[in-house]
Design a protein around this ligand. Structure first.
Ligand code: DAH
Length: 339
């Protein structure tokens, strides 16, 4: 019996395999139920009682040795052959899906880009403002309806704290701290106490522009805005300025661009007029300059302000302003490679 064990031990010391299949054959031969080591256990009952201890130990040692040897062979195939994992390390990786930019950000960035090329810098101001920066310094008379709770969100405890209703407040913040020349745009979020519908929302975005220097004229305003409109809506775009009123500009105007959808012929987007209103503008009122300690005899300036939602809706034919704020990915992912 001990001889048989020694012969098996010698055999096992020499085993080698060149494939997984060969390892499996060795496993069947030595350590499976019908394998040669199990046969030793079957013969064990015929061993004489005085030999049982020694033979028992020898069989167990042999069995452990066989297990170790065969498992080591098995492992060597699993770690060296990638094919066995079903993993091909030479395959290209799966690209990570990127998020998309919000359509309002796309249009905002495009507008910033156009004005940056015209020499305008970008500045921002606070969303929580006071009466001075939003109304008084911009020449709003005390009884103006914008100062009413109906139109503006005020803080109940302190009527001097409010959410800005337009980005024109940033004009004041900049002029209070900077002497001309000033040539900047101010993008930002604004708030109005309005009922939410397809056309209006209580939160929206504007971009304000301000240019103050010596000899700035209405012709400069018109040329700057024409250049802007052509870059944003296409080379053939025309503009027209209609007289209007804003407390902080004199004279004031509203600007229309020729409808980019029908080319000015008339369609349902431009309500068959051929024109789309996109911004308010004018020459900065001397009262506003003086209120910010800028010499209105020496300097003149122009300002303009536009709604980003409105321009984005015109640009992409979006019919309902509420889409911008619902964050439905089915809406948002349509703008993936828009600009
Ligand atoms: N602040 C105005 C609004 O919210 C827009 C505006 C009009 C801005 C004329 C200007 C301007 O700077 O000159 O309706």
């Amino acid at each position: 019996m001990l001889d048989k064990i020694n012969v098996l031990r010698e055999e096992l010391e020499k085993i080698a395999a060149s494939s997984k299949e060969e390892v499996e054959e060795l496993r069947l031969k030595y350590i499976s139920k019908k394998g040669s080591i199990n046969k030793l256990f079957a013969d064990f009952k015929n061993v004489s009682p005085e030999q049982k201890k020694e033979v028992g130990n020898a069989i167990n040692t042999l069995k452990n040795f066989a297990l170790e040897k065969i498992n080591a062979l098995k492992d060597s195939f699993e770690t060296t052959s990638n094919g066995d994992f079903g993993l091909d390390l030479t395959m290209p990786g799966e690209p990570m899906k990127l998020g998309t930019r919000h359509p309002l950000s796309l249009v905002k960035n495009e507008i910033i880009g156009i004005f940056a090329r015209l020499g305008f810098t970008v500045a921002e101001g606070p969303e929580i403002e006071d009466d001075w920066h939003v109304f008084s310094a911009l020449n709003f008379p005390p009884e103006h309806p914008a100062r009413d709770m109906q139109d503006t969100f005020f803080i109940e405890k302190d009527p001097d704290v409010l959410l800005r209703t337009h980005t024109s407040s940033v004009q004041i913040r900049v002029m209070e701290h900077t002497q001309p020349p000033i040539r900047s745009i101010f993008p930002g979020r604004v708030f109005r106490n309005e009922a939410i519908s397809a056309r209006s929302h209580c939160i929206f975005h504007q971009i304000e522009g301000l240019y103050v220097d010596e000899n700035v004229s209405f012709a400069d305003l018109k040329q700057t805005l024409l250049q802007f409109a052509k870059e944003l809506f296409g080379e053939g775009t025309k503009i027209r300025l209609r007289p209007s009123y804003f407390p902080f500009t004199e004279p004031s105007a509203e600007m229309d661009v020729s409808c980019s959808i029908c080319g000015g012929k008339g369609c349902n987007v431009c309500k068959y007029t051929g024109w789309l209103e996109i911004l308010g503008c004018g020459m900065v009122d001397p009262n506003v300059l003086e209120g910010c300690n800028i010499d209105s005899e020496k300097y003149t300036g122009f300002a303009f302000g536009m709604g980003i939602e409105r321009i984005t809706m015109l640009r992409y034919g979006i019919k309902d302003i509420r889409h911008f704020f619902e964050n439905d990915v089915r809406f948002l992912k349509q703008f993936e490679s828009a600009i």
